[in-house]
Ligand binder design. Sequence first.
Ligand code: GLN
Length: 307
Amino acid sequence: MDWECVLQGIEASVEPMRGQGKVADYIPALAAVDPRKFGLAVVLGDGTQSCLGDADELFSIQSISKVFTLSMALRVVGDTLWERVGREPSGSPFNSIVQLEHERGIPRNPLINAGAIVVTDHLVERLGSSKTIAELLDRIRRLADDDSIKVDQAVAESESLAGERNRALASFMKSYGNIKCPVEETLAAYFCHCSIAMTCRQLARAALFLAFDGCDPISGQQMVSSQACRRINAVMMSCGHYDNSGDFTYRIGLPGKSGVGGGILVIAPRHGAVAVWSPGLNQAGTSAVGSLALEALVKATGWSVFV
Ligand code: GLN
């Protein structure tokens, strides 16, 4: 594949759209990000990296962290995880509380806020809040082969100060017995993992194991079992973009996960991993220009899980 040509085509198709969408401002620290930023990185199984625009600029990975906490929890906790969180698309906004009452405090899936808070609670129950973050960072740094990756403390503080909705979700689930640790302890870890700052290049590199049956093709490390890897991809495919998941799958045809920082991670099984960043969001909280760039990428590469 002529990657230079593929990237040039993507750049040309997103250029007129640059700055589209609305930057998340409910977390004040994210509101200041320049909406015209755009970066994209593709990392292939042989380690080849192809990058575009602001691919080496740090951004807040936000909900994309939920893929890494889910991977870690499937290893640390195992399948009992699914007793406290479902795996159905929610069809609702990422921070919705309504289904929790009907479903007795069991969130629909691990990639919406409520579900990710339960996954985090599982980890905090076993490891405590600081060790959960330390181990998660250690895994991500090893995967990305970059020790500089860290939590942006200013974003974490800002999230905590503006975190009433997440406090409501956690307290509500606790009233059903589905949060085991003190709410603030679990949320401290949740806010920190959402506030990890990474570049597109680091993110695509760190997620490469998900494209190769759970085994990082460069280091040879088995990060999750092959079965767990397929399941994580399945959950990303059906639930990775909240109430935009069906449309994303229709347009892109690959498992992915978006975050309100404007990042989207996409897995192309047996090919590689892609990370794109553009802060302007559509109504469901998925990067508007990022999705367009991914549409252009799958068109140019022919990548799809349906071929
Ligand atoms: N940290 C954000 C929150 O809890 C994550 C949301 C997202 O990226 N969709 O609201």
